[in-house]
Design a protein around this ligand. Structure first.
Ligand code: GAL
Length: 359
């Protein structure tokens, strides 16, 4: 693994602090501090798509937080097009952005761009989704992705009462996009909870489609999942649906309603997108997994600022995320399961949404 060399200088956060507190000598105007605070440069932020509410929140949060530290930002969305993203990264490298924070569209096609970045001493932060097949990823900021699936499946077990179930319940399984490293972690987390019930026969998959490959949804596109659901609905009523994120959950709700479902099955989700939070509040979607994008942005911004100042960022996982070339040191945040009962205590009291947003 080619970790970048240590640089000298204090993190911008510290420099701004010195400026603010006048530690650099009693200069109430802060002029000396301003003069002292070099221009920290521009950060390249590459996000996968605007097509989901969640990624827009991530981008906005990072822009706000980097700018608060005095950095310029160069943010691009790639419309779920991996080639477009690779071209955007090349432009950021040629423009001399000081670091790249990347939410990969397809984490398996970026190795060349990352090698170029490292050749120019530009550090790489893999954001939310792990970039695979590259020895040039410096750090990874994400959530405990396996736990996301565990939380989704636990909602299904609880809501169906599977622990004490006499009769068999039916479920169909949906997963995320195969080019997204997170998708297998989510699915494996869910299956680690559901498998014993599938074995015991208290949970049955009418289609028999229980592998990741069979359950995967290309590009996380809701329309792809809805089309698959239409083929799966053979008349046997479903008691539950494992939906990997909110966008897909809403698309599947549409497909079930079109198929004549009045009372809907237990349906999971992820991302606490506002449209789905409203549906959880109405009891239409059963659950979502909340991942505070403000906190994830904070982790990525602090990681970047530390690396650019030659310091080691805080990490809490050095084993889980092997991208095929290296085990990438990571900082993982905790996801939270949200159902109607705890929606307000988690999302409203936590300031992620206001009561007015739910109206
Ligand atoms: C995953 C991400 C999820 C969800 C999904 C679809 O990588 O972790 O939160 O947003 O992509 O974009």
């Amino acid at each position: 693994m080619t970790r970048l060399p240590i640089r000298f200088g204090l993190p911008v956060a510290a420099l701004l602090l010195i400026g603010a507190t006048g530690c650099a000598g009693a200069d109430p105007s802060g002029a000396a501090a301003d003069a002292a605070a070099p221009n920290p440069g521009t950060i390249g932020i590459a996000m996968p798509t605007r097509g989901e509410q969640r990624w827009i929140a991530d981008g906005d949060n990072m822009v706000k937080q980097f700018q608060a530290l005095g950095y310029g930002v160069d943010m691009k969305y790639a419309d779920n097009d991996a080639q477009q993203q690779a071209a955007q990264l090349d432009e950021m490298i040629d423009r001399g952005d000081r670091a790249l924070v990347i939410g990969a569209v397809d984490g398996t096609v970026l190795a060349d761009a990352l090698q170029r970045a490292h050749a120019k001493d530009i550090p790489i932060i893999s954001y939310d989704r792990l970039i695979r097949g590259s020895a040039d990823v410096d750090y990874y900021a994400s959530f405990d992705n396996f736990k996301v699936g565990v939380l989704q499946a636990t909602t299904i077990v609880n809501r169906l009462g599977l622990r004490s179930a006499g009769k068999a319940h039916t479920i169909e399984l949906f997963a995320g996009s195969a080019d997204d490293n997170n998708a297998t972690f989510f699915f494996n987390g869910a299956m680690s909870v559901l498998r014993p019930y599938l074995k015991a026969g208290t949970l049955v998959v009418p289609s028999g489609q229980t592998t990741f490959a069979q359950a995967a949804t290309a590009k996380w596109e809701g329309a792809n999942a809805a089309a698959r659901m239409k083929k799966l609905l053979t008349g046997e009523r479903l008691d539950a649906v494992l939906a990997p994120n909110d966008g897909i959950a809403r698309a599947l709700i549409g497909a079930l309603r079109e198929a004549g479902y009045g009372k809907l099955p237990v349906i999971t989700g992820q991302d606490a997108e506002l449209d789905s939070v409203k549906l959880v509040d109405q009891g239409v979607q059963t659950q979502t997994v909340y991942k505070d994008t403000r906190e994830l942005a904070k982790v990525a911004v602090q990681m970047t600022d530390k690396v650019l100042s030659g310091e080691k960022p805080e990490i809490n996982d050095t084993t889980t995320y092997d991208n095929g070339e290296e085990v990438v040191p990571a900082f993982l945040l905790q996801p939270v399961s949200v159902e109607k009962a705890n929606l307000r205590s988690v999302l409203i009291d936590g300031g992620y949404y206001s009561e007015g947003d739910l109206a």
